[in-house]
Design a protein around this ligand. Structure first.
Ligand SMILES: [Zn+2]
Length: 319
C-alpha cells in the first residue's frame, strides 16, 4: 500500500521541521514564516507539509490519513490557499493578488482552526504588493498563517523581513539525492541518476529537473537516430552512435526508448516516424530487441553499435 504520507515527503531540514510541527501542536506556530532557498530546493514541498501539519486532525501531524490531510495532499483543502503559482517574471506578483488575499484573510476558515496562505515566488512581489502585505503581517487575523516562499530574502522590504521568521532550506548530500531519485524514478539508469545528483548541488527538485531534461534529450536523440537510418548513410549513422559505445546502461536506455517510439509509431502516435511503413517498423523493432538482448549479455558495445547500424539500414532499405 502506498504510504499516505508520501504526498508530503520532505527530506532535510529535520530539526526545523520538528520544532515547527511541535509549535503547530501547541498553538505557537509563527504567523508569518519565510522559506528561503534556490529554485528546486523544496520550498513548496515543505510549505505543503507544514500547512498539512497545522491543519491535521490526527495524532501525529501530519498524520496523512485524516480528512484534512487527505485534502491537503490532494491540494484541495479549502483552508490552504496558494498565491503566485503561475507568476515567474521579476516583480510580476501584483498588489491585486494581495488585495484578494486580504479579503480572504478576514473571512473565517472554512473548516479548520487556521487558514494557511502560501505565497510562492515572494521575491517577485512588487513594492506595492509588499506594502499591502505588510499591513496584514503586522496585525494578522488570529486565524491566519502566511508562508512566504522566496529564492532570495534580499528581494523583500526590511519591514517585511522584520515581521517574519526565516527558515533556510538545507541542501542534501549527493547520496541522499541519489537514494531519493532511485526511489522515485526506479526506471532510470543508475548512471543518469548519479549524474543528476552530482549536478543538483544538494537540491532534489533541481535533480528531478535535470533527470527530466536528460529524458527529453534521450527521446530526441532516439528519434533523430531512427530517422537517420532512413535518410543518412551507414557511415553517418555509425558516427552518430559513437557516444553509446562507451556506456552500456545508456545504450540500453537508448534502445529501450527506440523500442517505445517504434511501438507508438506502429499505432500512429509518433509523427516523427511517420515516414516508415509498418513492415519497416516491425523489422526495426525486431532488430532493436535482438540488440538489446546482446547488449544486456555483455556483448561488445563497439561491435553492437556497428551491427545495429547495418541491420537498421537493411531493415529500412527493403521498403
Ligand atoms: Zn492528519
Amino acid at each position: 500500500m502506498a504510504n499516505p504520507l508520501s504526498a508530503f515527503s520532505v527530506l532535510g531540514n529535520h530539526s526545523t521541521i520538528q520544532t515547527l510541527v511541535a509549535a503547530a501542536g501547541n498553538g505557537r506556530f509563527p504567523h508569518a514564516l519565510l522559506l528561503e532557498g534556490p529554485r528546486g530546493s523544496g520550498k513548496k514541498t515543505l510549505a505543503r507539509y507544514l500547512a498539512a501539519a497545522l491543519l491535521c486532525q490526527g495524532e501525529n501531524p501530519p498524520c496523512g490519513v485524516c480528512n484534512s490531510c487527505h485534502k491537503a495532499a490532494g491540494d484541495f483543502h479549502p483552508d490552504i490557499v496558494f498565491y503566485g503559482l503561475e507568476e515567474s517574471g521579476a516583480r510580476s506578483f501584483h498588489i491585486d493578488q494581495i488585495r484578494q488575499l486580504k479579503l480572504s484573510a478576514y473571512v473565517l476558515p472554512n473548516e479548520s482552526p487556521y487558514k494557511v496562505f502560501i505565497l510562492c515566488g515572494a521575491q517577485n512581489m512588487t513594492v506595492q504588493a509588499q506594502n499591502a502585505l505588510l499591513k496584514l503581517v503586522e496585525e494578522p487575523p488570529a486565524t491566519c498563517v502566511f508562508l512566504l516562499l522566496c529564492e532570495n530574502r534580499q528581494a523583500l522590504l526590511p519591514t517585511i523581513l522584520s515581521r517574519v521568521q526565516t527558515v533556510q532550506m538545507e541542501p542534501l548530500s549527493s547520496r541522499e539525492i541519489e537514494n531519493a531519485l532511485k526511489e522515485r524514478c526506479p526506471q532510470v539508469s543508475p548512471q543518469a541518476i548519479a549524474q543528476a545528483a552530482r549536478g543538483a548541488q544538494g537540491w532534489l527538485g533541481a535533480a528531478l529537473e535535470l533527470l527530466e531534461a536528460g529524458e527529453e534529450n534521450i527521446q530526441a536523440k532516439s528519434r533523430q537516430l531512427l530517422v537517420m537510418a532512413a535518410r543518412e548513410s551507414e557511415f553517418t549513422l555509425a558516427a552518430a552512435l559513437t557516444p553509446w559505445e562507451k556506456d552500456r546502461e545508456s545504450f540500453l536506455a537508448l534502445l529501450e526508448t527506440m523500442k517505445e517510439q517504434i511501438g507508438r509509431a506502429l499505432t500512429g502516435r509518433e509523427e516523427n516516424l511517420a515516414e516508415f511503413s509498418p513492415l519497416q517498423l516491425a523489422r526495426m523493432a525486431d532488430i532493436i530487441e535482438k540488440t538489446t538482448c546482446q547488449a544486456a549479455q555483455n556483448g561488445n558495445l563497439t561491435l553492437l553499435t556497428a551491427v545495429l547500424c547495418s541491420r537498421l539500414k537493411s531493415a529500412v532499405g527493403g521498403g
